[in-house]
Design a protein around this ligand. Structure first.
Ligand code: FRU
Length: 482
């Protein structure tokens, strides 16, 4: 890969060209597949194709050729992949189940968006479009992003798909992945400022409530997310095989997967054990995605996240933990120590640009206590707990090159309650991003940043009083770029 100072160290990026949504996430025969919305011809959106990479550990990715290219006037928009183990589609061969991609065909001449199918018999290395495409066509120009899963309770396939402009998710069922019957609609609900895209639906156990499960409906909205612009909202509820019914909203209104500016189109892997839900999002925002200063590629994936459900104040809420394998032993471990007013650089030599920092902070008398990351002469990215507002705040005002987001709010906030007087912050720092998992993963903020390569300092700070860092651990994360 060409040398590029803005190439993330351990987040997935296309080798070259443009990337937006992750597509077709599936585990099959020991490999995690990551397909993605890709322009192989340039660093702006266009020529939408399915790029492709595989990994055995969700960290080191092998780039493969484009899986589903543009064909004539048909562009391949977002969608999902399932493995048709019982050959319900007839597209497999004895002993060789087909991988089946359900994607949106967007006809660039008519603008019509319909659902189509492609299949592979060689572990995703080559793909054939189904001759009977499209398999679901309403004549709509705003009908996209099918996510398909096997619904064991009724022995059928279920598709969730967005009527984007209407802010409606439609549910369909099929016995063979080819013929689809409409079941029900959900929405509008929750955040409806932006068009609805990239739905996903899955069931998870509720931690601490033996035998209880809830369904999670993910919906990405192009504008109106808390940090500004695009974001992924979620609903907790029930799915009975026909209809999704959301639990009544809490006081917080719409629920957000991530309160930072850069987490969109988050969808989960299929082909994993029932209780294992791993999700990847696009680490960008439609407001400025085309303005990122990254050169020969544009767009990256979030860290993969393991989802669980837990009770928070009596309500079922999502928790996320980053999936990051192959970590060495921490380079620095300290605490507890007092943090008096001001900034206190940590005495770790050469922190580097790729770190995992886990800090447990106790605000005590301080108004604000937190971390300065990617610190340079003029640069720092701030992650701070604010006692007055009970909020976790990420501030990228002085994070480096902010030209891409000049008209965009630089400060992003999420409510969080300390547990037993402390706030746990797990921060993944990479060349061009930070992802903060706070508490037990119930609050997450992800932001792109573009600091100079030599802004590698790390500090703790307090304002308005003194607090304590109960513990801090810094691990240098390796790179997956060869
Ligand atoms: C979401 C999205 C999808 C669409 C794809 C096109 O980011 O707009 O709705 O399928 O991108 O690239």
């Amino acid at each position: 890969m060409p040398d590029n100072p803005y190439r993330p160290g351990y987040h997935f990026t296309p080798a070259q060209g443009w990337m937006n949504d992750p597509n077709g996430l599936v585990w099959h025969e020991g490999e995690y597949h990551l397909f993605f919305q890709h322009n192989p011809e340039g660093t702006d959106w266009g020529n939408m194709s399915w790029g492709h990479a595989v990994s055995r550990d969700l960290r080191d990715w092998e780039h493969l050729p484009v899986a589903i290219p543009v064909a004539g006037t048909e562009q391949a928009f977002s969608g999902s992949v399932v493995v048709d183990h019982d050959n319900s589609s007839g597209l497999g061969e004895p002993g060789r189940p087909a991988m089946v991609a359900l994607y949106t065909s967007c006809d660039v001449e008519t603008g019509i968006q319909s659902q189509s199918l492609a299949s592979s018999l060689d572990r995703g290395r080559t793909w054939s479009r189904y001759p009977g495409n499209p398999v679901l066509d309403l004549g709509s120009k705003e009908f996209r992003d099918p996510k398909v899963f096997w619904y064991a309770a009724a022995g059928c396939w279920i598709m969730v798909v967005a009527m984007a402009e209407d802010r409606v998710i439609q549910f369909y069922r099929s016995d063979d992945l080819l013929a689809w019957r409409h079941l029900s609609d959900f929405g509008p609900a929750g955040s409806v400022d932006g068009v609805w895209e990239c739905p996903d639906l899955f069931e998870l156990p509720v931690a601490g409530e033996p035998g209880r499960t809830r369904w999670v409906l993910l919906i990405s909205v192009q504008t109106g997310a808390p940090a500004g612009g695009s974001g992924t909202q979620y609903f907790i509820g029930d799915f009975d095989g026909t209809t999704f019914t959301a639990d009544p909203p809490g006081v917080e209104g719409a629920l957000w997967v991530d309160h930072g500016a850069d987490h969109y189109a988050a969808v989960s892997f299929s082909g994993m054990p029932d209780e294992e839900r791993i999700v990847i999002g696009w680490a960008s925002n439609w407001v400025y995605a085309h303005d990122l200063p990254t050169g020969d590629f544009r767009g990256s994936a979030s860290i993969p996240r393991r989802y669980t459900l837990a009770l928070v104040d009596g309500r079922v809420r999502l928790r996320q933990q980053p999936v990051l394998e192959k970590l060495p032993a921490p380079a620095y471990v300290a605490g507890p120590f007092a943090v008096v007013e001001g900034e206190h650089p940590l005495p770790v030599a050469g922190h580097g640009t790729r770190l995992r920092v886990v800090a447990v902070v106790e605000p005590e008398s301080s108004d604000r206590i937190g971390l300065h990351l990617r610190v340079g002469a003029q640069e720092r990215t701030v992650v701070v707990y604010e006692a007055g507002s009970s909020e976790l705040v990420v501030d990228r005002t002085r994070s480096g090159d902010v030209g891409f987001s000049e008209a965009f709010p630089a400060v992003h906030r999420a409510p969080i309650e300390p547990a037993d007087g402390v706030v746990r912050l797990e921060v993944l720092v990479d060349t061009t991003s930070i992802e903060v998992f706070a508490g037990e993963g119930e609050v997450v903020l992800s932001d792109q940043i573009f600091p100079s390569a030599d802004s590698t300092g790390l500090a703790v700070f307090a304002e308005g009083g003194a607090g304590t860092v109960r513990s801090i651990e810094v691990t240098r994360v390796g790179t997956n770029q060869s």
